[in-house]
Design a binder for this molecule. Structure first.
Ligand code: 5GP
Ligand code: MN
Length: 388
């Protein structure tokens, strides 16, 4: 272990030595140094050098027009990190707007500031203005332009610099700055880290803490996965020290189902569950008609994909949901099987090792068949026993 740490330290020193920027007056950030792009070969993310951190501090010490954005179908981490960043940057005196591609689930609408999010799908002109006028655009909780759906061309062509803060594997090229690692619980935790490196932790307050807690809680399934990093708990403790009520936040997010949502969950498990023991896999599929029957609202299918994993011996769970024009897939695994690789290779998607998503343009029946035939190829990889 010490050899690895030593090699890392040596490399960081070399990177910092090689990273000599032109002096600037604080009005702009230097380009991400080329050497920075080599970081993912050695670390699980991109390093910020001391010099870059100093530049970031200087840059954000003067008032800037900043717009924040996140991925389509925003989840708790997406909404939490955007809202936390919005409050934090405003406290620093910046002019901040936030644009999301489409609407977010109702159970995040108690977050202070959530009513200010500009929803591209409904407010195209306002979203365009916010993106085009920004000097700096923060992209939170995603790492590829296509993750913002219909908004991607607009985002790509927006003139502002693009600053990625994210925790997914293999970020796309084309962003100006990267603060990205997979060694964290969530983008929310990275927003906390960003406040720390910019020397702004004193600005942490209850609203920011509540939003960051939502990020961490939802992206770790209430501290049940992606949650073996000790630091995550130090951050959670710091958030609770701000006076947030973590139990109440949990209730607001998880105990506010409508009757229809709970019945949809029951129906999905009792009527739409397929179990393929030889593949250590379970699949739930929901058709458009199923969703209509239970008066589907945004967010109602969130979490359903996790239930099949509660069966012993099931290492992979797939949720197939029929949307208007496409089929959405949600993939979850327990243990070493990478759903990120699977989603990237076969389902036009990606994500993390144990949680990923994707989509296909097909019927529900053919999608189930495709999933099964693809998984037959992974029969050996899926055949492992976890210690319970
Ligand atoms: P979910 O299944 O909850 O929609 O997504 C699980 C994880 O996979 C999230 O981290 C999300 O960012 C990622 N993900 C979901 N859909 C897609 C997709 O279409 N493309 C990529 N690259 N990632 C996705
Ligand atoms: Mn996330």
């Amino acid at each position: 272990m010490w050899v690895i740490i030593d090699a890392e330290t040596a490399l960081i020193t070399v990177i910092q030595y090689l990273t000599t920027f032109n002096a600037n007056n604080g009005d702009k950030l230097s380009k991400q140094p080329l050497i920075g792009y080599l970081c993912p070969l050695f670390f699980k993310g991109y390093m910020l050098t001391d010099r870059q951190i100093a530049e970031i501090r200087t840059y954000f010490s003067a008032k800037k027009k900043i717009t924040l954005t996140t991925h389509m179908n925003p989840d708790g981490d997406a909404i939490g990190s955007v809202i936390a960043m919005m409050h934090y940057l405003r406290k620093k005196g910046h002019e901040v707007k936030a644009v999301i591609p489409n609407n977010f689930p109702r159970f995040y609408s108690w977050l202070p500031g959530s009513d200010e999010l500009i929803v591209y799908e409904k407010q195209v002109a306002a979203a365009k203005a916010a993106l085009n006028e920004a000097e700096m655009i923060f992209l939170l909780d995603f790492n590829a332009f296509n993750r913002v759906g219909q908004m991607s061309e607009l985002l790509k062509s927006a003139p502002g610099k693009k600053f990625l803060i994210d925790h997914h594997i293999s970020p796309e090229e084309g962003f100006d700055y990267y603060f990205s690692t997979t060694e964290t619980s969530s983008t929310g935790e990275l927003v906390y880290d960003f406040m720390e490196i910019t020397g702004d932790l004193a600005l942490l307050d209850r609203d920011i803490a509540a939003a960051l807690y939502v990020s961490i809680m939802t992206d770790t399934g209430s501290f049940s996965f992606a949650s073996n990093h000790p630091k995550t708990y130090y951050v959670a403790a710091a958030l609770i020290e701000q006076g947030i009520d973590a139990e109440r936040i949990h209730r607001l997010v998880y105990d506010t189902f409508s009757e229809n949502r709970l019945r949809l969950l029951g129906y999905a498990i009792s009527e739409r569950l397929l179990v393929w023991p030889h593949l250590h896999t379970a699949v739930i599929y929901l058709t458009k008609e199923d969703l209509k029957k239970f008066n589907y609202q945004v967010g109602d299918t969130e979490g359903i994909v996790n239930y099949p994993l509660s069966m012993a011996g099931v290492n992979l769970s797939v949720l197939i949901t029929e949307k208007d024009r496409k089929i959405k897939l949600s993939l979850r695994s327990k243990g070493e099987f990478s759903v990120n690789d699977l989603a990237r290779s076969y389902f036009n998607g990606g994500g993390h090792r144990n949680a990923a998503g994707g989509h296909v343009y097909d019927t529900v029946e053919l999608t189930i068949e495709k999933v099964k035939s693809v998984l037959e190829k992974y029969k050996e990889e899926l055949n492992y026993k976890l210690s319970y």
